[in-house]
Design a protein around this ligand. Sequence first.
Ligand code: BGC
Length: 357
Amino acid sequence: MTISQAALGAVTKASFGKMPDGTPVDVYTLTSPGLEVRITNAGARVVSILAKDRDGKMGDVVLGYNSVDGYLAETSKTYFGAIVGRYGNRIRNGQFTIDGHSYQIPPNNNGNALHGGPHGFDDQLWTGTPLPDGVEMSLVSKDGDMGFPGTLTVHVRYTLHGNALHIDYAATTDKTTVVNLTNHAYFNLSGDGSGTILGENLMLNADAYTPVDAGLIPVGGPKPVAGTPFDFRKATAIGARIGDANEQLKIAGGYDHNWVLNGKPGELKLAAKLSDPKSGRVLTVTTTEPGVQFYSGNFLDGTKLGKTGAPYGKNSGLCLETQHYPDSPNQPAFPSTELKPGKTLHSTTVFAFSTEK
Ligand code: BGC
């Protein structure tokens, strides 16, 4: 895979293959004493994260492919490790209105728009700029791209701080638009290709979640998690209640919902803590976003072979997508996703790794 490797401080760049039109694709390797993270400019994706287990052994804890070819070959999209946008998660019927103007995003998920429509930011070749401790991925999305108004300029910075991967998002527009950016990494703390995440313990810092309709769009507003299988306020094994006779779990084939995070939107606060009894690895997620979409990898069906050659079956990884709530452009009671000219969207999420006995 590595054709040439240019040293860029703690960051190195190598070839990750080519786009169908022959454009070269890069992969950047970020290294700190406890972490090694690879990021490609194809979809601004996280390709791998090597983190220590309780014995100090490094293991890859995210799902993905060994070159850009794997991502390009997907016939049904997983969004492995990608920055999704302009609008992470769903917009009902792909429609919304801003200042009296109606906009239509081409529906790509049961009549709704998912992750910015059929060719979202995951499909784009971003521009990578190495930083002393990371890499910045930049993209200019044209006015009308996938039906969204305004030229949107996006910068996503991935930087390493000890055992933590920081993701800082910035976006500006020249027309009022809606934006919801997140990273779609699938974690498996036992290791990529090692089986399911059902035995990993999850804590979500949320008293409420947003129940969904059959199309996985929130309906009826936030509801308390208390007394439901959606109560992760105390760390609980993901598999403990995933098979419960619960209408919401049935609709999604497991967990695929937005949790309303406790604390103030805009302030960096605890969102989630995932721990793995097998390896001792712990992932702590903090964010400035108001919500987190916990998706338990329900639609992975074993047809895709990952970096280790093992098939990615149901629940072989999970996503903790820190973001605004799904369908916010149509739900005025939700925190707003509108971005106006002259304003800059700023958002930060930190994935910090540690171990326990
Ligand atoms: C969504 C899932 C979807 C997955 C992959 C998640 O963010 O909530 O419903 O299947 O992304 O597209």
